[in-house]
Design a protein around this ligand. Sequence first.
Ligand code: GLU
Length: 317
Amino acid sequence: MARRLRRGLRLSPTPNRTGRFAPSPTGTLHLGNLRTALLAWLYARAQGAPFLLRVEDLDTGRVRPHFETEQLADLAAIGLDWDGPVVRQSERLELFGAALEQLAADGALYPCWCTRAEIREAASAPHGPLPEGHYPGTCRRLTTAQRAEREASGRPPALRVDARDALITFVDRLHGPQQGVVDDFVVRRNDGAFAYNLAVVVDDGAQAVGEVVRGDDLLDSTPRQLWLAARLELTAPSFAHVPLVLGHDGARLAKRHGAVTLADRIDQGESAADVRAHLAASIGLAAPGERPSPAELVARFDADRFAAPPSGPLPGV
Ligand code: GLU
């Protein structure tokens, strides 16, 4: 009996729903970021899963440590909690280096000397339209002489993957079936920094993240990340891309839209609980004027039924 039970459990394993929020400490979180964090937390907690906090601080030119402190404080103030210590990507460089070595050993990398202007030019050349930002593979096709010339220039190359326009399909929890052609994207920038797409895949794999909940501005990056996870033989998470909060003019939320951060709202006399209530109301989890606790929100949130509202402004923004 026990054996049968164990075998049964193996046949239908509980899906891994470990969630995470992964802010970059390059600015203050605005209400849109806070709503994405709230949703990521709700998906994990309502499914009884762990929730991790990872600081994506690899872009040393833009990262400021005080933003990390402020971001974590704002998340805690609206009632979010997380399991285990906060993980910082800047402390995990060996992991990313090892992934690059694995890709190199696999013949999946090549150096690229293209400048942004050259890529723009090549993408608009008349050999067929390419999706915006799609790298046309110029440096993959260099002759030995062209390559030697670039090597001799002393300009450090970026490293790109050789993805050969792989077609990736996946099902997003909120957007349904998706597909995308993967270009030869950068995994190490020419200043030596590991690229976001590499670090996010390695970390989601290393931290055994089961479900990535993030803003739908990253929906288009997902095929690249799934391709890379497969190439690195990592178990890929599932995805739910949630709508962004927009300003009153339909543009992405920004400072110019007014009181868009928790600190701005507190200056105007609101409390963190009021802000949580606005965020909850905007996703149908609170009635106007009601101020549910984090635990009440978890009890109300149904991960299988949640229907994302269209991207749009929050009241008062
Ligand atoms: N660090 C990224 C950002 O702040 C998020 C990455 C992700 O959730 O995959 O936009």
